[in-house]
Design a protein around this ligand. Structure first.
Ligand SMILES: [Zn+2]
Length: 135
């Protein structure tokens, strides 16, 4: 459900990048592990919405940067493993753990403290659009 409006935006941008008569052949996205969006749903919606447009049949490549945390005590930057529970579950667990410094929350691998801030994993970017001009 959350994926649909994201995919609509991505497709609109991709189609805008293709001149008249050209076809969009691939679209590359970065979707942070903390974003509540599942790769298979992004692909499914993309295929569905692209049907009948210049992007029909285009490949959607999605990379998922891991959640990155910054230790507020020593400044170390580290990754929090996202899967297998999925981005929504991780985002909730992380937010809850960070809010109350829960013992099960992420600990800094350098100093072991649990005062961390989310530094990455929330990105959503359209990195690349491949267009084939057959005119
Ligand atoms: Zn630390």
């Amino acid at each position: 459900m959350h994926e649909l409006p994201l995919v609509m935006d991505v497709l609109a941008l991709a189609l805008k990048a293709a001149p008249d008569g050209a076809r969009v052949t691939a679209v590359e996205l970065s979707v942070g592990a903390l974003r509540d969006a599942e790769g298979p749903w992004l692909e499914r919606y993309f295929r569905m919405l692209a049907r009948g447009t210049a992007a029909e049949g285009a490949a959607l490549r999605v990379t998922r940067p891991e959640a990155r945390l910054r230790c507020l005590s020593c400044g170390a930057l580290f990754e929090a493993a996202a899967r297998p529970r999925g981005p929504a579950a991780l985002a909730r667990a992380l937010a809850a753990a960070l809010a109350r410094r829960a013992p099960e929350g992420p600990a800094c691998p350098e100093c072991g403290r649990r005062d961390c801030a989310v530094e990455g994993g929330l990105e959503f970017s359209l990195d690349r659009i491949e267009v084939e001009d057959r005119r």
